[in-house]
Design a protein around this ligand. Structure first.
Ligand code: SF4
Ligand code: SF4
Length: 159
């Protein structure tokens, strides 16, 4: 993945190209503030999934999900049965983001210093890979932390 980041960095210097990271390249990389931002706008990093908070999707059958990348079983209602406004304003729905707490994180995400911001990465990806939200193995922070860990750290000096 560092190679991909290097390619993106290089391409960003070319006139007419505006490559930047999306969530399929992982989260919370040290390169996030630079590579996740479109050239010419203020740097930003990954801020977690906003499905059901800032985004909503309506599928062709009328079913409503916080994001249409989420699996069908995470539908919150159907606009053929009730108004989208009623679905959206129901505080009991979209609980995976609206009612998220740090205790929802599992696996490496549960111990991650970025958990409060990242909230376990993309919920659609987590569902596809793990069958649940709150955990993601598709994470740049984990890879970078592993790469920084000393492999052959010297033991304590002998007296
Ligand atoms: S370990 Fe989990 S919470 Fe931490 S940055 Fe990666 S995906 Fe996000
Ligand atoms: S589920 Fe993934 S693709 Fe959809 S809004 Fe959340 S982070 Fe974005």
């Amino acid at each position: 993945m560092p190679d991909v980041f290097a390619i993106i960095r290089r391409l960003r210097t070319r006139a007419g190209l505006r490559p930047f990271l999306t969530n399929n390249l992982g989260y919370m990389s040290w390169d996030d503030p630079i590579l996740r931002s479109a050239p010419g706008v203020a740097p930003r990093c990954w801020l977690g999934c906003f499905a059901g908070v800032r985004t909503v999707g309506v599928a062709s059958d009328g079913s409503v999900r916080g994001c249409l990348a989420l699996p069908y079983e995470m539908r919150e209602g159907n606009v053929r049965d009730e108004a989208l406004k009623s679905i959206w304003r129901d505080p009991a729905r979209f609980a995976y983001t609206r009612a998220f707490t740090l205790t929802d994180l599992t696996g490496a995400c549960a111990a991650c210093e970025h958990g409060a911001v990242c909230r376990g990465g993309c919920n659609a990806l987590a569902m596809r890979v793990h069958g649940k939200t709150g955990t993601c193995t598709h994470c740049m922070a984990q890879h970078e932390d592993a790469a920084r860990a000393p492999v052959d750290a010297p033991g304590p000096a002998s007296a």
